[in-house]
Structure formats: C-alpha cells, structure tokens
Design a protein around this ligand. Structure first.
Ligand code: ASN
Ligand code: ZN
Length: 351
C-alpha cells in the first residue's frame, strides 16, 4: 500500500491549532508519525482509540487531515469523529513535543534512546481520571477524566513518557525511595518538556522560563494542580524534605522532596514570606542558594537517571550520583556540582 507522510492540522484542547505529522495510506489519514520512532507495535509513533475499553485498539483514521474540534472533550459529547478526536490530538501533540525535546537537546530517541516507537491509547476506560505508562506495551494510556478533563496536557504526557525512559534505563523500582525518585523523574520530565513546547519546541537547550512548576494545572477544572514542585506539601500529603519515614509513602508523595531539590538546583532558593521555600517539614531550613538554570539542572538529572542510577537507588545514592554527573559535565568542584550538594542539603539529604 502507498504510504506518505503529510502535515495535518490538529485542533487541540489545551494548545490551540497544532501541526501534526500524519500518514496518508490507501486514501485515508492516520495518526501515525513515521518521523518519530520505528519498529515497536505500529512501526511509527501512533495514537490509538481504546474506545472506553482497556486495550489499545486501532490507530486513529480520518477522511481528512484536520483532526478534532478544539473543544473540551466531553464523554459521548460534542467532539467530532470516533470518541472525540480532540483527545487524540492532545495526545499526539504531547507525545510529539516530548519526543522532540529529548531528541533535540539530548540526542535521546524515543523511550529507549534507540528510537523504538511508542504510542498513546486515548479514551481508556469510562470517565477515567488518570493516565499511565505500561512497560508491557511500552505505551501510554490516557483517560477522558471526570474530576479532571482529558488527561492529555503536555506535562501529563511528558510525565508518562518519562516513565518509559526510566523503565528503559535506571528502571527505578516503583516503591519505597526509588519509587519516589521514579515519580520525580517523570514530574521533572513533564515540566521541562512543557516549557520546551511553550517556547516553540525547537533548539538544543531547555528554556529558562515557561515552567509553572506544577503538574496537571491544565487538566484541573478548579485550577488545583496534582502536584507542586516548589513546595510539595501544598497537596496536603507530600513532605518537603527527606526523612527515614519517606520510604513508606505512596510514590506520588515521596517524589516531593526530589522535585523540590530539582527546583532549587535550577532556580535557587531564598527566604519567602509566602513560605514557598521554607517548610515546617524541614529539620534545617535551606540556605539561600543560587540556581544553575533549568538547562544545566536537567542535563545533570537526565545523565544521572539514564546512566548512573540503578533500580535500587535511594535519595542518598541519587545525591552521590548527581554530584558525579555534575562533575563529569562541568568539572570537579564546579559551581554546578556544589549547587547539587546544596540542593540536596536543602531537602535534608547529605547535609
Ligand atoms: N498517572 C499515574 C502515574 O503515572 C498513574 C499511576 O499511579 N501509576 O504515576
Ligand atoms: Zn507517574
């Protein structure tokens, strides 16, 4: 059959009209992007329609190359095409931007760095309020949401694809301290990729601005994000600093201190009347520190997670390996490696 790559138009829910790389095959268009990934289940990066079931379903097809209607996806509602193409557009835009950010900045291809293609199945379950990565299919699933709106915001997709990168590299065990670090790796990826997309989705460095340091603000109906990176305890469950009891928490809470460490490393810390930088959970209040910038902070974190962490890495081991990664990239006793030490000290690790 004839296979041709074409640029389509996606009318997304969160990012307006976006260009999508699609495929024309036998007279119909597919949400299949042959420029991003090869092999895997569909031979290219794809979006499928789970059609409210639990399996991936088929790749989206359409008679024209205009997808979705840009409206908020409503279950059984007003969006065009099978089960709302708008949710599929959200997914494809998030996946494309995650893929491009990792490729353009790190030369990292798809989940495994070897460009094995992945996909997202949209409309999993009914009114399902979550998104997740599965290492069985090396793919992701997003729900339509009930409390949340369609779980296809860029930081959510970046988070889920981050799980795929971690699974292919350090493979941090998803419980205890390593589980918290696994979750944090995904939160960091989601946030960094979102800012990269907002800045235009091009270039070999991560932009300094554009992060809201909150996960899932766009999918929230009441502007309450899932997680706060600057002060994780705002969610009522996450600690702001490491303690010996952290390992017993749900991984979406034990991620908090490492998220905060990453924020300090990138942007610095200072006294703040609103309490965003100081916390009742801290044994020792963080000393004011100067950040090294988002780009350097993520280079150090990504190198540590993909080349140094093991499946059992805990907070203390993460600190040691982050210092090593900073030394390799920027030199021994560099400003950057000292900043890593200060950022971990600020969450009570290796002070
Ligand atoms: N969205 C969640 C996550 O990726 C799903 C889960 O709890 N596994 O962490
Ligand atoms: Zn996660």
């Amino acid at each position: 059959s004839m296979l041709q790559t074409v640029i389509g138009v996606g009318k997304s829910q969160y990012n307006g009209e976006v260009p999508l790389s699609t495929t024309l095959r036998d007279g119909q268009y597919l949400l299949l992007d042959p420029e991003r990934g090869k092999g895997g289940t569909f031979g290219a990066m794809a979006i499928t329609n789970a059609n409210h079931g639990s399996s991936a379903g088929k790749v989206y097809t359409n008679a024209t190359n205009i997808w979705g209607d840009g409206k908020q996806y409503v279950e059984g509602g007003s969006t065009t095409g099978p089960n709302g193409q708008t949710a599929a557009v959200n997914a494809m835009w998030g996946l494309k931007n995650t893929y491009d950010a990792l490729k353009n900045v790190f030369g990292w291809l798809s989940l495994d760095g070897r460009d094995t293609s992945t996909y997202i199945a949209a409309h999993v379950g009914r009114g399902y309020d979550n998104a997740y990565y599965s290492d069985t299919c090396r793919c992701m699933f997003i729900g339509d949401g009930t409390y949340f709106t369609s779980l296809g915001a860029i930081d959510v997709i970046g988070h889920e694809m981050g799980h795929g990168v971690t699974a292919a590299t350090s493979d941090l065990v998803y419980s205890g301290e390593s589980g918290g670090l696994n979750e944090s790796a995904s939160d960091i990826n989601g946030e960094i990729v979102e800012a990269y997309a907002r800045a235009g989705g091009k270039g070999e460095t991560f932009p300094e601005e554009g992060n809201d340091w909150q996960l899932g603000t766009e999918i929230s109906r009441n502007a309450t994000p899932l997680r706060w990176m600057v002060r994780p305890s705002k969610d009522g469950n996450s600690p702001d600093a490491w303690s010996s009891s952290l390992r017993r928490l749900d991984v979406h809470y034990s991620s908090g201190p490492n998220n905060r460490m990453f924020y300090f490393l990138a942007k610095g810390s200072r006294a703040d009347a609103a309490g965003d930088y100081y916390s009742k959970y801290l044994v020792k209040q963080p000393q004011a520190m100067t950040g090294i910038g988002v780009d350097k902070a993520y280079r150090i974190w990504f190198r540590a997670n993909t080349t140094k962490f093991t499946s059992s890495t805990n907070y203390a081991d993460a600190r040691a390996k982050m210092i090593l990664a900073a030394e390799e990239l920027y030199g021994k006793d560099s400003r950057e490696s000292i900043a890593v030490q200060r950022a971990y000290a600020a969450i009570n690790v290796g002070a």
